[in-house]
Design a protein around this ligand. Structure first.
Ligand code: NAI
Length: 237
């Protein structure tokens, strides 16, 4: 049984990923700031739930030492803020970059040595179409997600001969608490703009993203690495 670490696993896409990986037979460690929700979900899927702030490098290292080694890492922790760039502050930038980018570095740094030693690993980072297309009202979020894409491709390059793949899943608008919070800030016009930007003309579901993540985390996906796979109803195509 492989062990998977899912960050941001208490809610939305991360929770769907945790459920899906457990259904596929993996032992899942659900790590989230919302520790109670993480433990509740973990109990339901036979995994382990942890309170973890993924922006804290030392805490991430301690959690991985205590509960690893991990064969699979899926980073889903993320925060968004809908505001034009000139209305944001350096404190906003630091928070967005810390959760959406630094945390991916923290977790990857903690899990990679054991994957290298095992000669097998799957890293799937959940970025966003914003990281490829940019985002009106989400410039710093998009910068962080673009950073995740470049970082993931670099990790794929460094580890391709060691049985480790690293890929990005780039969701479009997915019906989760994070999206509902953005709509609360940006209004119904934002919702219409988001669904209108997709070819499918609707929001996606967390389960649709989880199915793609689970494939990239599986054995048959061994020859897919350094890719960015949009799960976005055709947004930007
Ligand atoms: P969500 O808000 O439902 O879940 C995010 C989870 O991350 C929450 O459980 C939250 O507690 C956790 N989290 C936040 N900061 C954390 C920290 N410092 N340490 C540990 N956990 C932390 O959001 P959703 O929609 O499921 O998002 C998952 C990922 O998908 C995020 O990276 C987001 O940027 C990305 N995404 C989501 C889209 C959407 O439309 N919902 C679109 C594109 C990307």
């Amino acid at each position: 049984m492989r062990r998977a670490l899912v960050t941001g696993g208490a809610s939305g896409i991360g929770a769907a990923v945790a459920r899906r990986l457990a259904a596929d037979g993996q032992q899942v460690v659900v790590a989230d700031l919302q520790g109670d929700a993480a433990r509740e979900l973990a109990a339901a899927i036979g995994g382990i739930g942890l309170t973890l702030d993924v922006t804290d490098y030392d805490a991430v290292g301690a959690a991985v030492s205590a509960h690893g080694p991990f064969a699979v890492l899926v980073t889903c922790a993320g925060v968004d803020q809908h505001a034009f760039f000139t209305r944001t502050t350096p404190a906003d930038w630091r928070r967005l970059l810390a959760v959406n980018l630094d945390a991916v570095l923290n977790t990857t740094h903690a899990v990679l040595p054991a994957m290298q030693a095992a000669g097998w690993g799957r890293i799937v980072n959940v970025a966003s179409e914003a990281g490829r297309l940019g985002s009106r009202g989400g410039a710093v979020y998009a910068a962080a997600k673009g950073g995740v894409i470049a970082f993931t491709r670099s990790i794929a390059r460094e580890n391709g001969r060691q049985g480790i793949t690293a890929n990005v899943v780039a969701p479009g608008p997915i019906d989760t608490p994070l999206l509902r919070q953005a709509v609360a800030q940006g209004g119904e016009k934002l919702m219409a703009a988001m669904t209108g930007a997709t070819l499918a003309g609707r929001l996606g579901t967390a389960d649709e993203v989880a199915a793609t993540v689970a494939f990239l985390a599986s054995e048959p996906a061994a020859y897919i690495t350094g890719e960015v796979l949009g799960v976005s109803g055709g947004m930007g195509c």
